[in-house]
Design a protein around this ligand. Structure first.
Ligand SMILES: [Zn+2]
Length: 455
């Protein structure tokens, strides 16, 4: 009897050991972004782990013990990117069944460590976000997250001086959708939405920055994910006048094509495409690895908070008007799926201060349009159209204190190839208005001629 019990105990011990050793680290990935570096461990199943930091001796280190886990990837092949992690290596584990990973760091960072369950083709993950400052880490600044309606100056964004305020530029925040583990929609030949929209966003920023009255800032500058609430907060820190979120559409069938522009609605979307977009935004957070959305699936919390503020109505009206201008400009260079602004309740559009819109530049699920979206020429055309639409809007409704607002009238010197209609379009006015102001009897212009452009 005693002997049997002993045998059973041994058997169960072995079984248990084999069971807990079943997990594996299959890949380690590093995704640096300007304010944090993300290290992702792709695992076969949910991780069981513990961690500690070593700051007493250099280099600063973060040590993670994965229980019952073997390492299936070669850390020496890892391409270290970004400025925060200098080395990722193993160290003697606490027992033979576990793996100890050491992250050597360039300093002390606020580490936010969390698990993410499998999503789509992505397996279980352990995510480590290393933030430069404690107040950049989510969770430690819940008050700032919920008071998104109040503009905050970021610590590295100097306050504008009086001189700058007198004639400041119109500030446009450009948000390239998706990024990192969230590819967005995928075209039939494998094009990722996150890549195409980043290219169009960069082109748009370049065009805007060439305009002396405007300046652009990219919210996402590389291939990493940014939570929707953080995208809005970044735009508010920039004190942006407009937020343009750039996306590419997809549908379950290959037929639909063309662009569309979305603005905020207080209610859930009524169209199939709108509901699809709302669902995709939530799914993005899951794929992209936003801790809060996984831990706390509070469906419309952000909207409930935002709509307490009545200024939201004003922001929504401005968004709609600006979206109409962008649609008018896009129509000239591409097919439009919808010729009126569409409504959906999207977190990325919920700033009460910023005129916000989401531009779907075309259907990546349509084979022809996927090809078009990959062409540099088309990307430039779309970017220029979005710029033109935004410019038209601000010519009509210049924000206080901007150079556009103070220059009621400008002098334009005619250059080769320019016509009255080109100038009217560029300055958001009409041929008739320019002719009247300059008492022109014909449409003929000569190079070097100076024209007063009415605003
Ligand atoms: Zn998208």
């Amino acid at each position: 009897m005693k002997k049997l019990l002993f045998a059973c105990t041994v058997f169960w011990l072995v079984a248990a050991t084999q069971a807990v050793a079943a997990n594996a680290i299959n890949a380690v990935r590093i995704q640096p972004s300007p304010d944090k570096t993300r290290v992702v461990f792709d695992l076969s199943s949910a991780p069981e782990y513990s961690y500690f930091t070593i700051y007493e001796v250099k280099p600063d280190r973060l040590v993670i013990d994965f229980n019952g886990t073997r390492l299936n990837t070669d850390l020496s092949q890892l391409e270290l990117r970004g400025k925060r992690v200098t080395k990722i290596r193993t160290s003697t584990p606490k027992d033979s069944q576990s793996t100890r990973i050491v992250l050597e760091l360039t300093g002390r960072f606020t580490a936010n460590i969390f698990e993410l369950g499998p999503q789509g083709s992505i397996s279980d993950r352990l995510v480590i976000d290393l933030y430069d400052q404690a107040n950049d880490a989510p969770g430690e600044n819940a008050a700032r997250e919920t008071s998104a309606a109040t503009p905050q100056r970021s610590s590295n964004q100097p306050a504008r001086t009086v001189d700058e305020l007198a004639q400041r530029k119109v500030v446009i925040a450009i948000d390239a959708g998706h990024g990192g583990d969230d590819p967005g929609s995928i075209g039939p030949s494998g094009t990722y939405e996150k890549d195409v929209v980043l290219r169009v966003s960069r082109a748009l920023a370049d065009i805007i920055n060439a305009d002396p009255d405007m300046e652009a800032h990219l919210i996402r500058t590389g291939d990493y994910y940014v939570a929707h609430k953080r995208r809005v907060r970044k735009a508010e820190q920039l004190q942006a006048d407009m937020l343009i979120s750039v996306h590419a559409d997809a549908f379950t069938t290959p037929q639909p094509r063309g662009g569309s522009v979305w603005v905020l609605s207080t209610r859930r979307a009524t169209t199939e495409q709108g509901r699809l977009l709302e669902d995709k935004e939530r799914f993005s957070e899951l794929l992209g690895g936003v801790e809060e959305s996984v831990r706390n699936d509070d469906d419309n919390g952000y909207l409930a908070r935002a709509f307490v503020d009545m200024r939201m109505n004003d922001a929504m009206a401005r968004g709609f008007e600006a979206a109409e201008d962008v649609i008018a400009a896009m129509k000239r260079v591409t097919r439009m799926h919808k010729t009126k602004p569409q409504h959906a309740s999207l977190a990325v559009l919920t700033s009460a201060n910023i005129t916000s819109m989401l531009v779907e530049i075309g259907f990546i699920s349509n084979p022809q349009e996927e090809k078009l979206l990959l062409s540099n020429k088309h990307q430039q055309q779309i970017a220029r159209a979005i710029y033109q639409g935004a410019r038209d809007y601000f010519m009509r409704r210049p924000p206080d204190g901007t150079s556009i607002a103070s220059n009621r009238m400008i002098i334009h010197t005619v250059k080769s190839g320019e016509s009255l209609s080109v100038l009217a379009q560029r300055y958001g006015t009409t041929v008739k208005a320019i002719k009247e102001r300059n008492q022109l009897r014909s449409n003929m212009l000569r190079i070097g001629q100076q024209l007063e452009i009415p605003r």
